[in-house]
Each structure stands twice: as structure tokens, then as C-alpha cells.
Design a protein around this ligand. Sequence first.
Ligand SMILES: Cc1ncc(COP(=O)(O)O)c(C=O)c1O
Length: 486
Amino acid sequence: MNTNGFSITKYHNTSEIYSRVDQLIGQPIRPIQRSEMENYLYAFEQKYASSKPVIEHAKKFIPGGVQHNLAFNYPFPIVFDRAEGAYLYDKDGNRHIDFLQAGGPTVLGSNYPAVKEKILELIKTTGPSTGLFHEYELKIAEFICTHMPGVDMFRMLGSGTEACMAAIRVARLATGKKNIIKIGGAYHGWSDSLVYALRIPGTAGFDAHGIPRASRKYTQEAFPNSIRSLEKRLRLNKLSGRGTAAVILEPMGTESGTRPVDFNYNREVRALCDKYGALLIFDEVVTAFRIGISGAQGYFDVKPDLTVFGKVVAGGYPAAGGLGGSRDLMEYLAAGLQAGKKRAMVGGTLAANPLSSAAGYYTLVEIEKQNACKKAGMAGDRLTEGLEKLIEQYKLPFIAYNQGSICHLETSGTMFLPVNMKRPWTIPKTLKEIKIRKHMMEEMGAAYMMEGIVTLAGSRMYTSMADTNEVIDEALEGFERVFQKM
Ligand SMILES: Cc1ncc(COP(=O)(O)O)c(C=O)c1O
């Protein structure tokens, strides 16, 4: 297999991960010792003293006190005001190793100078937006079409959420079918029809508060990494005469590979889609330009019909989204006001603005030039191998695994607890257990923060090209200090 330029050097043993996860959730949690956790919480108040009053004030004006779902918030959110390479600095001047990476977009590291300079130049000349064509729109589209195997044409949008909405709209228009199959537990943004079976497979409309049932009438789920479950769904749709418009999935597995897939999974899904006449949509919001410059589709050598972009596509700058695909499908998204032609309606005042287009373009150019995916992946390997050693050394039931620069550290297995909707009387007990395990994740996140490491919800880490061996080794020392307190 060609691993050249890709973030992943060695594909993980998927069944081993699942069997270790089963062991983890089959036993009681192993949290940080109470006295040690109390010490952390006490010291947290001192270390982040300047953040606390700002957050208290923010609660008056911002629901929950922070604007972002991924923002760290236990015991209270922290105000960060400087980002540079591998590091984040908070209002009190504390330095942290940044494994949140803004939720994934910054493969080059934060605030990468070569991109920043181009953006400053652009702001001085064009400003952020004009509503008219700017050459950067073409530059980024051409770059993406040249590098992504499944993309002949590209339309830039405002976010991954919008791009997922556009993808299913095009699929429905092109196939004349309505059903969309997603993988249970996956997040494809927050549109009415895709807030379905979020986080935990089998949960259907459990999280769809405020969303009419009719909006998800044609959304269905198949179980993660299960070709059998997907084929069953496709077959049922065929037998009903209604068929399937598309299967949408994250090629590395749901939640950025938290629930990983077998190496051949995507190839088998492709074959099933062809067999049942459904389109295949890859949601590469996380994986495009993180796994490689040709995305996960390049890595697995599987061509989807449509590809959803987000995050890295604007290099950490705002308005990060886009849809790409074969020419015939993308023609449904032609902009402008042509009469008499069926169009999948998409839009956005600030979609493809010069700032986002330029930021994305120069980020992609630099990622390729610097071989950044590979370098970020090597950092991810070093981090994961180090964590695995610590887990063994301290005899903990935890699991560390990675897909290159996407690293997972499961200490409580919260996301893996099965909710059985067919036996509703078991749900309250499971929810109680999820709450306990989720709290452990929050505590782990707070402890890592105290040791100078920013993670995504205490269980995921994105590495970047800025993570040198020294950075990773420093982080491992921090993780070790936490593991010593379990
Ligand atoms: C796989 C995936 N799809 C879609 C989205 C939604 O993207 P956005 O936050 O840009 O709307 C996300 C966001 O985290 C994502 O991870």
C-alpha cells in the first residue's frame, strides 16, 4: 500500500480496538483518585483565576457562557488569547500544548505564518468579501479538483453542516430517491435531517429536540463497521420500492474514527452502493487534507460520488465548507439564475468569500509543500505509542489508537455504551452510566489541562506539523503525571 505523504503509516487492528473497548465498558470506571482530583480542582481555580470572572460575565450574555460546542467547560471554560504553532496561551499567560487544533483544521499548526501573511495582504487589498468573483475561488477549486480523486468540480459553502445538506439534496435530485442512510453515532452537522442517531448508534431521533419527526422521515441508520447492517437497510429500501438516494459516511469511521472501520470497509460500501443504485457520499470534513492531500479517499483508493469538505478547507479561518463530486452531479449546483433547469438550491452570502478561499488555498499549498499530513501523522504515532506504553506501565484499562494525526484516548468508553431503544426500560440505567462515564471524561480533560494539554473532550487529540518530538514528549510527561493519580 502506498503510504507516501499520508498521515497513516500503519493501519490499526480494528477488531482488537473493539474488543479492548468491550473490556473497558464491561468494568467499573477507573477515575482519578478523589483527593488528587480535589487538588487539581483547587489548583485550577488559582491557575485560571483571570478566566473565571470573564466566564461568569459571559453567562449573562451567551447561553452556557461559551459559543462553541467543543469548548472546554469543566470545571469552567478558559479564556485563550494567543495561538502559535503547537501552543495555546490563556489569559493568565499559561502555555498549553494544543491537541484540539480548533477541532481539526490546523494541520500546519496554529496561525501558520505563511498563510497569515497572505491573508493580511488580502485584507489590505480586497477586504474579506465583495460578493463578486475573486480569483482565489478558482485557485482553491482547481487545487481540490486536481488532488481529490472523486472531485471534478467543487462548490465552496459556509460550513460542513451546509455541505452535508447540499450533498443529500444533490443525491436526492440525481437519483429521484429520498432515503439517506447514515452510520449510527455519526455527526454530519446539525441540519434537521441529519441530527439523527448522534453519538450513540441506535438512538434514532433521541437527540432531535425541536426537530419535527417529518424532517427525519427519510433518514435511516446502519451500524458502524457493519457491511451486513448496511446491506440489510439497502435491501429493505429496494424491496419497499423506494430505494436509497445515498449512503453518507465518514471514511475513517464515525466521530473522526472514534469508532474505527476495517481497512476494506469503504471498498465494500462502494460495491454495495453500486449494487443498489445509491450514491456514496464521503464526509471528509475531518479527513480531507488531514489524512492526506487526496483525503481518505486517496488513502483507501475508493472514489465516492460526492465529497463533503469543511475544517481544513479554510485552514482554520472562517466559512469552512464545500461540496465536490463528479461533473454530472455537480452541475446540479450551478450558481446563477437559470430558468427551467432543476437545481439543488444552495447559497450563502459569505460562501467562497476571498478570505476563506485564499486561506484554504494557501493552507493546502503549504500542506503539500511541507508534507504536513505525514509530519502530523508521525507526531500522532509518537503520541499514541507513548500513551500505550504508559497505559501498560500503569496497568490501566485504557486504549490509545490513532489514524495518523487523529488520536483517540479512551479512558471511560462513554461513547461506546449501547443504548437499547428496543428495550426502553433499560434506557434510564444506561443513561445514568453514561452520565458517570461522561463526568470521568470531563475530569480527565480538566486534569490534562492542568498538566498543560488541551484535548478534545478529554478523549481525542489532533496533532499538527508543529508537534515536534519535544512537544510530544513533553505532552507524554503530562499524561504520565495524570495516569500516576488514577
Ligand atoms: C464529520 C463531520 N461532518 C460535518 C461536520 C459539521 O461541520 P461544521 O462544524 O463546519 O458545520 C463536522 C464538524 O465537526 C464533522 O466532524
